[in-house]
Design a protein around this ligand. Structure first.
Ligand code: UT7
Length: 327
């Protein structure tokens, strides 16, 4: 792999104000706080207003990044928004964000790799900067999953929430963040987690033609707890590192039981694992930047720390990165 020339230099995040608790869900579907906490670890999630969309959450997350880091963003030359819940099919959320931020000379595109989106976005940003094509890139992971959640389906509506996180990735040859990447897809398993409104066929099999999220939770769970530990090994091999050298693990946070199982199978301590699902639920591409940003704000992350970010989910797809912390 090319020696990286890109560094993560600032972070920001935003979640909507409205809180949806497990008690609230008990009034909507046949479920209980006890079941949800026991099976997922989730207590509450944030829900966007009716008139609040992914571009709005993205904008607020960038404002947070700017106000806390004092970074200039008018010279950003690429905006990548990772999302599966864009405001429109076109224009892209990235184009809306470019206009809202008033950035003049930036490319803008959305990237959909579902819950692996943010780590794919960072991987792309590193590639573009290391190749010398761009110098300053905003990578946003933002979702308004509540807008495509079926609140009559107790197997999914207890899981999802809305939120956004952003990283600024800049050219830096001397202190690059990106040490190794391991990305992939198992498209044949796509039927286990989808949202469709155009096709009702997937590899010849009939599926629901609905834009709501449809998930076979059990299958996705089984896939994640077996494939992520294996993927971690491949990632560490590429970085020529052992798990003992890793200070923090930031997996996509969909379900706390799943994270516990992944840590146990991989042999990594849960105490060094960062996640935000207890209060935010599964926010897909936003879970990793939300967790990373909180740890950064709390001063947990030290310059030089080795961190594994690992996104996985719809596709089914995954993207893992080893980074060296440098903010
Ligand atoms: O970010 C994308 C990646 N997605 C994921 O990572 C999701 C992974 N999967 C999961 O998190 C879990 O599979 C779930 C939390 C979705 C479900 O937990 P589970 O332990 O796999 O439950 P299950 O689907 O096997 O269902 C067990 C029982 C069923 O009842 P019966 O058939 O045993 O009578 C369900 O109908 O629990 C029932 N159930 C519920 N009961 C109360 C399902 N949802 C609920 C609910 N409240 N909300």
């Amino acid at each position: 792999m090319n020696q990286s020339k890109a560094r993560i230099t600032a972070l920001g995040s935003y979640v909507p104000e409205k809180v949806l608790t497990n008690d609230d869900l008990e009034k909507m579907v046949d479920t209980s706080d006890e079941w949800i906490v026991q099976r997922t670890g989730i207590k509450e999630r944030r829900i966007s207003r009716e008139d609040e969309y992914t571009s709005d959450l993205s904008y607020q997350a960038v404002q947070d990044l700017v106000s806390r880091s004092q970074k200039q963003i008018d010279d950003v030359d690429m905006i990548i928004v990772c999302t599966l819940t864009p405001d429109f099919k076109t224009p892209s959320v990235a184009s809306l964000l470019q206009a809202k931020l008033g950035i003049q000379q930036a490319g803008a595109l959305d990237l959909n790799a579902a819950c692996a989106g943010f780590t794919y976005g960072l991987h792309m940003a590193n590639g573009l900067i290391t190749a010398g094509l761009h110098k300053k890139i905003l990578v946003v992971g933002a979702e308004t999953l509540s807008k495509i959640t079926d609140y009559e389906d107790r197997t999914t509506c207890i899981l999802f929430g809305d939120g956004a996180g952003v990283a600024l990735v800049e050219y830096d040859e001397k202190h690059p963040s990106f040490l190794a990447a391991h990305v992939g897809s198992e498209g044949e398993k796509g039927k286990h987690l989808y949202s469709s409104n155009l096709s009702n066929q997937l590899f010849g099999e009939e599926i629901q033609a609905t834009s709501r999220i449809v998930q076979n939770g059990r299958e996705v769970y089984k896939w994640a707890v077996t494939s992520v530990p294996k993927g971690l090994n491949s990632l560490l091999d590429k970085a020529s590192m052992s798990l003992k050298e890793v200070n923090w693990f930031v997996p996509h946070s969909a379900n706390l039981r799943m994270i516990e199982s992944i840590c146990e199978r991989a042999g990594f301590p849960l105490e060094q694992t960062l996640y935000r699902l207890v209060n935010y639920g599964n926010t897909s591409s936003a879970t990793i930047p939300l967790a990373l940003n909180k740890a950064h704000v709390e001063g947990k992350l030290k310059a030089g720390d080795t961190i594994i970010l690992y996104g996985f989910g719809g596709g089914l797809s995954f993207a893992g990165l080893v980074i060296e912390w440098g903010i």
